[in-house]
Structures are given as structure tokens and as C-alpha cells.
Design a protein around this ligand. Structure first.
Ligand SMILES: NC(=O)c1ccc[n+]([C@@H]2O[C@H](COP(=O)([O-])OP(=O)(O)OC[C@H]3O[C@@H](n4cnc5c(N)ncnc54)[C@H](O)[C@@H]3O)[C@@H](O)[C@H]2O)c1
Length: 267
């Protein structure tokens, strides 16, 4: 159901790889709500993913950018300003990658070079993009920036590995940069802490299928889908949430507040 909540707004979406990606669903929903979009992903993802299909469907331009490269980010946001003919109203950071997770390294025996790369791709990229946008004065007054996070930032989920620290850092950047962007331009910066979701990044985590079912049973509303996350992002990008900033917003069917659910024990 479309309500024109983003009519006339212009947004940059990071991280749509294939149709399972949360960013893919967010782009589709934002388009339905009347937004004009620019899509971006790492050059390697453009070769292996299906982002071209999405861009064609939404009439959006794709600008490749490695989110760890300041040069790529500058080029991306300069191009967005040109394409939109004005400032950006909203941005989605939907980026995560850990070589330690991919290669099955246990938390107590991590490769620290890879760990630094994980932090750079999954968290520092968020600071990088906001720094570049602020320098270019690319955001519209009252604009909205959202990054996707996970509850492993607060609680222990052993197989999530060093992505837990990445998410803690990501959420901290939302608070700290949110202060500066709020004071300077009334720009809101928040993270949405999403349920486990069956995507390329999600299913790469050891034991994902079993954990997905556990979280689904533990949550009174069940796991939140990628489509539901897209709805929440639309609200966060809209003018209806213009006083919400520096928050980590749980979008998890109630999981984060549960202690025990009898359904998990089969009672
Ligand atoms: N799937 C889940 O269970 C889940 C739960 C909570 C939060 N999240 C978060 O949602 C976000 C999106 O993940 P997803 O589940 O949709 O998986 P996904 O694999 O579809 O998306 C991850 C994206 O990160 C991009 N990326 C990786 N390295 C990059 C780089 N150097 N520069 C630019 N982009 C790069 C990938 O190309 C990909 O598009 C991530 O931050 C993830 O941690 C996922």
C-alpha cells in the first residue's frame, strides 16, 4: 500500500546485491512511496549481483563505490547531487562483511587484519560517508540517515563473531555523528536493529538456519521480514519521524525484550 510518504524525496541506497538483500526491498518500497533513488554498491558486487535489474525497474542510476574509499564516496555523492539537481533527503547504509565469518574463524582465534577490514567495511564506512556528505553539504535540512544493525551489539551471539563489535561501533557512530549533524542541519541519524533475515550476509553466519527458527519462536510477533524492515525505513525517511535521532531502533518482533518464551521450549 503506497501513501506517497516520500513524494519528491531523493535517496541514496547502499547495499542492494540481489533480491534477497534488505536494501533491495527498501529501494522498492521507497520507489513505491514516490522517492527518486540512486543505487550504489562495491564494484565487485556490481559484477556478481543483480543490481542492474533493480536499477532498470526503478529508473535509478547506479554509481559504483567501495564504501571504504573516500575517493569513491566523494565521487558518489557528487554524482548524486548532479543527478538529483539538489540535496539528498535520505541515505540507507546496508553494508556488512566479515572475512573471519566467511572463513569460519572462531572468535578466540581471529585474524586481526581481517577484523580491521570488517570494521572498515561494516562500520567505519558509515562515518566515512557522513563525513563526505557533511563536507560536500550534500544532505537536505531535516534529512534522514539510517544504518542497519543487529542486537549482537548489546548481547552475546557467539557465532556472530567480530560483527558484534562492528555493530557496536556502527551504533556509536550513529549517536556521535547524529549530534553533529543534528546541530548543524537537523539531519537525523539512526540505526535499525533488524531480526535475522535470510540474505547473503545473514545466511553466511554459522548455524543461521537454526538460529533463525529460534528467534522466530522467541519473538511474540515472529521474525521481522526484509519487507517489514523496508516499511520501517520508509517511515524513518519520511517527515513523520523528524524528531527521532541518535537512536538504535529495534525492529525484531519483540525479541530484544524477551527473557524466555515457552514456545522455544515447545510448551
Ligand atoms: N541478514 C540479517 O540477518 C541481518 C540482520 C540484522 C542486520 N543486518 C544488516 O543488514 C545489512 C544488509 O545486509 P543483508 O542481510 O541485506 O545482506 P546482503 O549480503 O544482501 O548485503 C550486504 C551488502 O554489503 C555490500 N558490501 C560489502 N562490502 C562492501 C564495500 N566494501 N563497499 C560497499 N558495499 C559493500 C555487499 O555488496 C552487499 O550488497 C548489513 O549491515 C547487515 O549486517 C542483516
Amino acid at each position: 500500500m503506497a501513501n506517497n510518504l516520500l513524494h519528491g524525496k531523493k535517496g541514496v541506497i547502499f547495499g542492494a546485491l540481489d533480491e534477497k538483500s534488505i536494501a533491495w526491498k527498501v529501494a522498492e518500497r521507497c520507489h513505491e512511496e514516490g522517492a527518486q533513488l540512486l543505487l550504489t554498491n562495491a564494484p565487485v558486487a556490481l559484477r556478481f549481483g543483480q543490481i542492474n535489474e533493480l536499477a532498470a525497474k526503478l529508473g535509478a542510476e547506479i554509481v559504483p563505490a567501495d564504501a571504504t574509499s573516500m575517493e569513491d564516496l566523494e565521487n558518489l555523492f557528487r554524482r548524486a547531487l548532479e543527478v538529483f539537481g539538489g540535496p539528498i533527503d535520505f541515505v540507507l547504509h546496508s553494508i556488512g562483511m566479515s572475512l573471519n565469518v566467511r572463513k569460519g574463524k572462531p572468535y578466540t582465534d581471529l585474524n586481526h587484519e581481517w577484523m580491521l577490514k570488517t570494521f572498515d567495511i561494516s562500520a567505519i564506512s558509515f562515518h566515512r560517508m557522513m563525513q563526505v556528505m557533511m563536507k560536500l553539504d550534500a544532505m537536505a535540512e531535516g534529512g534522514s540517515i539510517v544504518a542497519l544493525s543487529y542486537i549482537a551489539a548489546q548481547r552475546v551471539f557467539p557465532d556472530y563473531n567480530e560483527m558484534a563489535e562492528s555493530k557496536a561501533l556502527l551504533e556509536s557512530f550513529a549517536r556521535s555523528f547524529g549530534y553533529h549533524y543534528g546541530v548543524q542541519k537537523k539531519v537525523r541519524v539512526n540505526t535499525i536493529s533488524q531480526s535475522p533475515t535470510k540474505t547473503t550476509a545473514g545466511t553466511g553466519v554459522k548455524g543461521f538456519a537454526e538460529f533463525f527458527d529460534y528467534a522466530d519462536k522467541m519473538s511474540p510477533l515472529g521474525n521481522a521480514s526484509a519487507e517489514a524492515c523496508a516499511d520501517y525505513c520508509v517511515v524513518m525517511f519520511s517527515d513523520l519521524t523528524r524528531m527521532v535521532t541518535m537512536q538504535n531502533l529495534y525492529h525484531d518482533g519483540g525479541f530484544s525484550t524477551m527473557g524466555m518464551n515457552p514456545a522455544v521450549l515447545g510448551l
